[in-house]
Design a protein around this ligand. Structure first.
Ligand SMILES: *Cc1c(COP(=O)(O)O)cnc(C)c1O
Length: 220
């Protein structure tokens, strides 16, 4: 699907939900995609991208940033505390804060680099043991901790379980955001971004629908 087609579908979903198309940002999830596909999307004017791994982003994005001004890079994969320094250097938004330790490490590093980045807290709405994210029950506590640290939390993010209908996960994330007064919601991927928009997504993370099948489908 082309960038224009994905944007059209986002616009249509917004209209159907009675929302302004400008209220949803498309985060192009570029992990494991060939560079020429990324160039193509950049050449069509798109500037918001999501990467999963610090190392892959480190290789790829500094030269692209030099060539294409205005890029906003979101970290959408799990962040280990030993990669926080590089992550704060490279990214513009961290979507995957999921522990007090990570929040604290990020806050310290942002101070050190004088780069106070906006963050999202990742919520493990399906309570899957292998998945990152704070459990819904622990969210309020982690959010309070971030507030005390003055770490800027703008949103919540979730990745619903593969084998479930995403609706209840999107609805839960929306409900949690209302309870806590958090404004942004990163949810919805290639297969379900229109559904996510119905439930209030402000950021949809779209990979394969935009770029095609990933080169190394394993490294999700
Ligand atoms: C890969 C990935 C996406 C995009 O998934 P697609 O199904 O290819 O659109 C979105 N979010 C996260 C966190 C991802 O890892």
């Amino acid at each position: 699907m082309s960038l224009a087609e994905v944007k059209e579908r986002i616009e249509k979903a917004c209209k159907e939900a009675g929302r302004a198309p400008s209220s949803v940002a498309l985060v192009a999830a570029s992990k494991n995609q060939a560079l020429d596909r990324i160039w193509d999307v950049l050449d069509h004017g798109h500037r918001i991208f999501g990467e999963n791994r610090v190392q892959e982003a480190e290789r790829r994005w500094p030269p692209l940033r030099a060539k294409y001004p205005g890029i906003k890079l979101h970290l959408i994969g799990h962040l280990q505390t030993n990669k926080v320094k590089e992550a704060v250097q490279l990214f513009d938004v961290i979507q995957t804060v999921d522990s007090a330790k990570l929040a604290e490490t990020l806050r310290n590093e942002m101070d050190r680099q004088r780069r106070p980045l906006p963050c999202f807290i990742q919520v493990n709405t399906g309570e899957e043991t292998q998945k990152g994210g704070v459990s819904p029950r622990e969210l309020e506590k982690l959010y309070g901790f971030c507030k005390d640290l003055q770490l800027r939390v703008d949103g919540l993010m979730c990745i619903p379980p593969h084998d479930q209908i995403p609706d209840m996960h999107f609805a839960l994330l929306h409900k949690l955001s209302l309870e806590l007064g958090i404004k942004q919601l990163s949810m919805g991927m290639s297969g379900d971004f229109e559904t996510a928009i119905r439930y209030g997504a402000t950021h949809v993370r779209v990979g394969t629908a935009l770029f095609g099948v990933r080169e190394n489908a394993k490294a999700v």
